[in-house]
Write a protein that binds this ligand. Structure first.
Ligand code: NDP
Length: 309
């Protein structure tokens, strides 16, 4: 019997219990899934920072902590966590992010607001450009950034992606490192942030990098709020250097009612809904990692603690 401790928000239990049991059965794993296993009897922890486990010291027989979230910035610095940590890469999560990014890119590309929100009887037949004439840059070429970039490239957008290490992603122009960032931002009309939050990526969108963009560029941020220096963005929106920002994530969530983003007509706020882990597909990833742990194989989607993601 494999003891799996479910340590996430109480509200997740109802969503995840049946899909996890089904995925364990399908993988042929004999699992006791519980929210109450003691540290001494726990073999794996299914984890989000919303659950009760904060100190991992007593979980001496735990073979891995299996996160349900893609972002790990709140757990990666936990010094009590010495067990392998896997983050979530989930087909449902990726699909959701692709849909959000494509939807918001198309909104700005086609200037959909001008007709959707129009109230005056004004016949102004400005023809929308084609995707091939709209440059898009994605910062972050991981599970989500690469999938979003490829979806946009399939629609005809010239897409440049930026990562830490040199990469090749079919259909995209790939850049990396500091010089690569300058090249990726120069000329980018729409910039999508899909970086993890680390000490190296915090405030990566700041006065200096915003100035590299062509005037009127659009920022989409479904990554993490602290990737953006908020003051610099608000100034760039004011000056017209940035035409619009669509923001899904913020330094403080929920975004406080008096935050200027709520009231800036050039900002669209979405309440951290760009995507979410889907229990049916994510349960299979958890089961596969437990199967691997039991077989002595390498876990999928391990977090590199020193890199912070
Ligand atoms: P991955 O870890 O798969 O990818 C991260 C990418 O960022 C990699 O390409 C990595 O480069 C790159 N990167 C990291 N640090 C740097 C750096 N210093 N310089 C340049 N590139 C860097 O993450 P995911 O794609 O799965 O997720 C990305 C983020 O999306 C998550 O961390 C999370 O914050 C956010 N997210 C938001 C959601 C929402 O609903 N708003 C939902 C899910 C996730 P390399 O390839 O070289 O390693």
């Amino acid at each position: 019997m494999i003891n799996v401790l479910f340590s996430t928000a109480d509200s997740d239990w109802g969503d995840y219990h049946d899909p996890l049991i089904a995925a364990f059965d399908k993988a042929g794993l004999d699992v006791a899934l519980s929210r109450d296993h003691t540290p001494e009897e726990t073999d794996y922890i299914v984890f989000t920072p919303k659950g009760p486990v904060e100190d991992f010291t007593l979980y001496t027989r735990c073979k891995a902590v299996l996160g349900l979230w893609a972002g790990v910035e709140t757990i990666v610095t936990n010094e009590t966590l010495t067990q392998p940590l896997a983050r979530m890469v989930d087909d449902g999560l990726t699909r959701g992010m692709v849909e959000w990014v494509v939807g918001h890119t198309m909104r700005h590309h086609l200037n959909l607001d001008s007709h959707v929100l129009a109230t005056d009887p004004e016949w102004d037949p400005v023809k929308p450009p084609l995707a091939k004439d709209r440059t898009v840059t994605i910062l972050g070429l991981g599970a989500l950034g690469a999938a979003c970039g490829q979806a946009l490239a399939r629609l005809g957008f010239p897409v440049t992606g930026w990562s830490r290490n040199a990469k090749e992603v079919a259909g995209l122009t790939c850049r990396h490192g500091e010089d690569g960032l300058l090249a990726a931002l120069a000329g980018a009309q729409i910039v999508v942030l899909l970086l993890p939050l680390t000490p190296q990526t915090e405030d990566i969108i700041n006065a200096r990098t915003l100035a590299l963009l062509p005037e009127g560029a659009v920022i989409l941020n479904p990554g993490r709020g602290a990737l953006i220096d908020d003051e610099a963005l608000l100034e760039a929106l004011d000056s017209g250097q940035i035409g619009h920002a669509t923001l899904d994530v913020f330094r403080e969530e929920p975004l406080p009612a008096d935050n200027p983003y709520w009231h800036d007509p050039k900002v669209t706020v979405t309440p951290h809904i760009a995507s979410t882990t889907r229990p049916e597909t994510a349960a299979e990833v958890i089961a596969e990692n437990i199967r691997r742990g039991e077989a002595g194989e390498r876990f999928l989607h391990l977090v590199d603690r020193s890199a912070g993601y």
